[in-house]
Ligand binder design. Structure first.
Ligand SMILES: Cc1ncc(COP(=O)(O)O)c(C=O)c1O
Length: 310
């Protein structure tokens, strides 16, 4: 596969804002930069897509079919993958036709993706496996579930576990939970193949749900992973895609420190991190890793952030 522009994610100490530094002694907090592994095909999206792309190639497909909303990071990355790897791409987009195209959808089209707009009722069928199979047949395409949330997406996210070694806690944002589950399984596999000491040393994952009303999803995910991992359901700031002034202010402050955040996922997790820092709830003896899951193109959906999209 021609993925020459992809790089291994870097890890850095998180820039501690001056106002936070005054409050507490610094803790060991690093950030895993998945947002910068590729100019477009970045974040957790690459990990969710990589095995799907390989499977599509192996099965002889020359086109990919998926679905998403008008600001979808997944569709943006998929369109790029199609362009780089030579697949045709088609996407079902949630009820949109009468509105001007978002910057995300304009990019998708420029990268060669065909867009098919579905009303909200029809779009709900994306959870029906039979409907998905029919669409894949009709479009002679390899079907990838919304957000890349499928078995092969999960498998790709297992690979994130190797970057989490040596930390006590790993924090990340949660949408569907595919990345959380994949990472948890990756950690479990490393533990199972390690010495007894290393088994004990695997980090705990703290997920922060970006959606409102995700309590049932959190319970379901935690039941699947077992162990001491946790999911916070109260840091969504009003729900998926909601971006209050306080979040915009935080993003702009981190911009000044050279750390660019997306408003839908990682910024909300970083806000939760700050609140715990300010409240003295971080443990000075622990090592923390925060995962930046990408999605910077989504800043264009928020007018006050759209002028500064890295
Ligand atoms: C930038 C970004 N971060 C985090 C997530 C959440 O990932 P998941 O749906 O695997 O929980 C998504 C959605 O895929 C995303 O686009």
């Amino acid at each position: 596969m021609n993925t020459e522009q992809l790089t291994v994610p870097s890890v850095e100490a998180i820039p501690i804002l001056p106002r936070l530094n005054l409050l507490r002694k610094p803790c060991a907090v690093d950030i895993l930069h998945l947002e910068s592994i590729h100019p477009v095909l970045s974040g957790n999206k690459w990990y969710k897509l990589k095995y799907n792309l390989a499977a599509a190639q192996q099965q002889g497909f020359d086109s990919l079919l998926s679905c998403g909303g008008p600001h979808s990071n997944h569709l943006h990355a998929l369109a790029c993958a199609g362009q780089v790897l030579g697949f045709k791409t088609t996407a079902f987009v949630r009820g949109y036709e009468h509105l001007p195209l978002t910057p995300t959808l304009i990019d998708c089209q420029r990268m060669g993706m065909s867009l098919i707009f579905l009303d909200k009722q029809t779009y709900k069928l994306r959870y029906d496996p039979q409907w998905c199979r029919q669409q894949a047949e009709q479009y002679s395409s390899y079907w990838i579930a919304e957000g890349g949330d499928n078995e092969l997406g999960h498998k790709g996210c297992e690979e994130l576990a190797e970057y989490c070694q040596g930390y006590d806690e790993v924090w990340l944002s949660v949408g569907s939970g595919c990345t959380f589950l994949g990472l948890a399984d990756g950690l479990k596999k490393i533990a199972e193949s390690s010495s007894q000491a290393n088994q004990k040393n695997q980090p705990i994952i703290r997920g922060f749900l970006a959606i409102k009303g995700g309590e049932a999803l959190a319970v379901e995910l935690l039941e699947k992973v077992g162990g001491d991992h946790r999911i916070n359901t109260e840091s969504h700031l009003g729900g998926f895609g909601k971006c209050p002034e306080s979040l915009i202010y935080l993003i702009q402050e981190y911009d000044e420190q050279g750390l660019h955040l997306d408003p839908v996922y990682t910024a909300k997790m970083i806000m939760a991190f700050e609140q715990r820092w300010q409240a003295g709830l971080l443990d000075q003896s622990k090592r923390y890793l925060l995962i930046h899951t990408g999605g910077l193109q989504g800043r264009r959906g928020v007018s006050s952030l759209s002028a500064n999209v890295p």
